[in-house]
Design a protein around this ligand. Structure first.
Ligand code: HEM
Length: 355
């Protein structure tokens, strides 16, 4: 008797999940039609559940070759679709995932359709143990609060305040041999005036540290590597810097606005961050049934339907070195390309949109 009841319950559950999955598919198809969407190309797979692709991805990740591997997946999907594919669909353990290096789709997620996409539970959940609800692991209202709290810290005036920086560098140097508690950090003061919750102060401080430290360190490290590999660029940059700002012994007029106006220095930094963006890939999760503007259909020009809860991975590094976007020398370090270059979302080392 008990076995019969159990069997009926299981049968009812299976039927329910089958019917609700069909209903969901029909609902998605109807919404996709209303939004004028066509299917995105699907990454070729050797088995029905794309398990081999998953293993290959994990292998590439473990062997520090993820970017090269992902580049290959775009090329592979392109040759199957007989056109250049900038956005494709694949599957991870039964979940649909989109990969894109299309500036228009990235712009939609980060800016024009900002409200349709969020960081999502995987990202916030993984960062929460370290950063709590700091800016890097927050969506919605929590993000707005962190954003308002931290904004003064990375505003332009703060960045250009060289006197403030000098004062803190001197403090740090003096603090090295003996402990000194004379000075307090301005940022800490401003945080403490907003909240006296020590956990929140720690989360926000750590978030700024995570955001600002390794990104800057990676950028400078790659820039020095590029200068070492391109002595002609190094000589030109050195000459420019000495002409504009003097030498260590007789410096002249170093300010944020003059640094910003030093074109060749800007070109070298831009070119480094183009080839080696500190955040080479990233992702967003759709907060509702929505669409991305391009990449669907035979010609790749139709919008793509994105159901709620789908992860879209966007790979800035592939976009910023794409020969069809940047020309045949896309992989060459050539600061001069920035001479007449006006860029939109095809250059995105700092992300874009409200975040
Ligand atoms: C070369 C240097 C830097 C690069 C390439 C860089 C790049 C980025 C990128 C790509 C993001 C978006 C990450 C995401 O989607 O989650 C981001 C976010 C952020 N960055 Fe930077 N960053 C740099 C330096 C800094 C510095 C020096 C600070 C602060 C002192 C900073 C503060 C932040 C903050 C607070 C966010 C989170 C913004 C939000 O989610 O609303 N960054 N940065």
């Amino acid at each position: 008797m008990l076995a019969k009841i159990l069997l009926s319950v299981v049968a009812a559950l299976v039927t329910y999940s089958f019917i609700s999955s069909i209903a969901k598919k029909l609902r998605h198809a109807a919404t996709a039609k209303v939004l004028g969407c066509d299917p995105a190309p699907v990454e070729p797979r050797a088995d029905p559940f794309a398990l081999i692709n998953l293993v290959k991805t994990m292998w590439a990740h473990g062997n520090n070759q993820l970017l090269e591997y992902l580049q290959g997946t775009f090329e592979n999907t392109s040759s199957h679709a007989n056109r250049t594919v900038y956005t494709y669909e694949t599957e991870f353990l039964g979940d649909k995932v989109l990969f894109t290096c299309d500036p228009k789709n990235i712009q939609a997620m980060l800016a024009t359709q900002f409200k349709d996409f969020e960081l999502g539970q995987i990202r916030t959940g993984s960062f929460n143990p370290l950063l709590g609800h700091g800016i890097f692991s927050a969506d919605g209202k929590q993000w707005e609060r962190s954003h308002a709290l931290l904004r003064p810290q990375y505003s332009r005036d703060q960045v250009s305040d060289l006197d403030l920086e000098e004062r803190h560098v001197q403090n740090m140097l003096q603090a090295l041999p003996i402990e000194s508690k004379k000075e307090k950090y301005v940022f800490l003061d401003s945080l403490a005036s907003e909240t006296d919750d020590p956990v929140e102060i720690r989360n926000q401080l750590l978030s700024i540290l995570v955001a600002g430290r390794d990104t800057t360190a990676a950028c400078l490290s790659f820039m020095f590597l590029m200068l070492a590999q391109h002595p002609d660029v190094f000589s030109k940059l050195r000459k420019t810097i000495i002409e504009d700002f003097g030498t260590f012994d007789s410096p002249k007029d170093i300010s944020f606005s003059r640094l910003k106006a030093c074109s060749y220095l800007q070109w070298c930094i831009n070119e480094t961050l183009r080839l080696y963006p500190s955040v080479p890939w990233n992702s967003r999760r759709s907060a509702k049934d929505t669409s991305l503007p391009t990449g669907g259909g035979k010609d790749g020009l139709s919008p793509i339907f994105v159901p709620k809860g789908v992860e879209t991975v966007y790979i800035v590094q592939i976009m910023q070195t794409h020969p069809e976007i940047w020309g045949p020398d896309a992989n060459t370090f050539r600061p001069e390309r920035w001479q007449n270059q006006r860029h939109g979302f095809e250059y995105l080392p700092f992300n874009g949109g409200p975040r």
